[in-house]
Design a protein around this ligand. Structure first.
Ligand SMILES: [Zn+2]
Ligand SMILES: [Zn+2]
Length: 205
């Protein structure tokens, strides 16, 4: 499933820093890997084209809890383009609906060996998986093709993160605010979210 040409890996690029024990991640012009901390689970996904959906940061309290951090950085992939390179049978799942609107569920898929959350699947979005930018092995993609387009649940953002934001793009990232419509659109539309305050859909997942 690897794309053609310009294959990058630890052997020929500095964009694969030592992180966990994984040393076999790769990227091409149109695909890349995402690997868990221990290396048991590895995915590959498109970095452009019809398989790549929205990229977004989420500050909601679920995302704090599930990441054990202050926000989540995500991107959505059409499942038809998602490949489990290895370790699919080592993924464990946990689902809940307590904090998801309309009694929908979010199912978390994480490495049963090291606990890295690899992706989430929402019952309201059949056919899409929400991957994590931080698991992508080629770190240059974090700043380029996977750079978040929008920021969700801005009113939940921890106060001290204001000062941690970069000069560029901060305003653009805020445009989605807490608009569920933007969240939904970002899941399926590879283009940046539109203007702020668009239609107030009440369904998120
Ligand atoms: Zn692992
Ligand atoms: Zn969230």
């Amino acid at each position: 499933m690897a794309g053609s040409g310009n294959r990058k890996s630890v052997s020929n690029s500095s964009d694969f820093p030592l992180a966990g024990v994984t040393r076999d991640g790769w990227s091409t012009d149109d695909r890349a890997t995402a690997t868990c901390y221990c290396g048991t689970v590895q995915l590959s996904f498109p970095t452009q084209g019809p398989g790549l959906g929205g990229r977004f940061v989420c500050h909601c309290h679920d995302c704090r809890k599930i990441t054990a951090s202050m926000f989540a950085s995500n991107f959505t992939i059409n499942d038809e383009y998602l490949v489990h390179e290895r370790g699919r049978d080592k993924l464990s799942t946990f689902s809940q609906c307590n904090s998801i609107p309309n009694n929908r569920t979010m199912t978390n898929y994480f490495c049963s060996n090291c606990g890295t959350l690899m992706y989430r699947v929402g019952s309201g979005w059949p056919g899409y998986s929400i991957l994590r930018i931080g698991t992508v092995d080629d770190v240059s993609l974090h700043e380029t093709k996977l750079r978040p387009q929008v920021e969700q649940f801005v009113d939940c953002r921890v106060g001290w993160l204001q000062d941690a934001k970069g000069k560029d793009g901060a305003g653009k990232m805020e445009q989605a605010g807490r608009q569920f419509a933007d969240f939904e659109r970002s899941a399926v539309n590879p283009e940046p979210a539109g203007s702020k305050g668009s239609a107030g859909a009440n369904s998120i997942l």
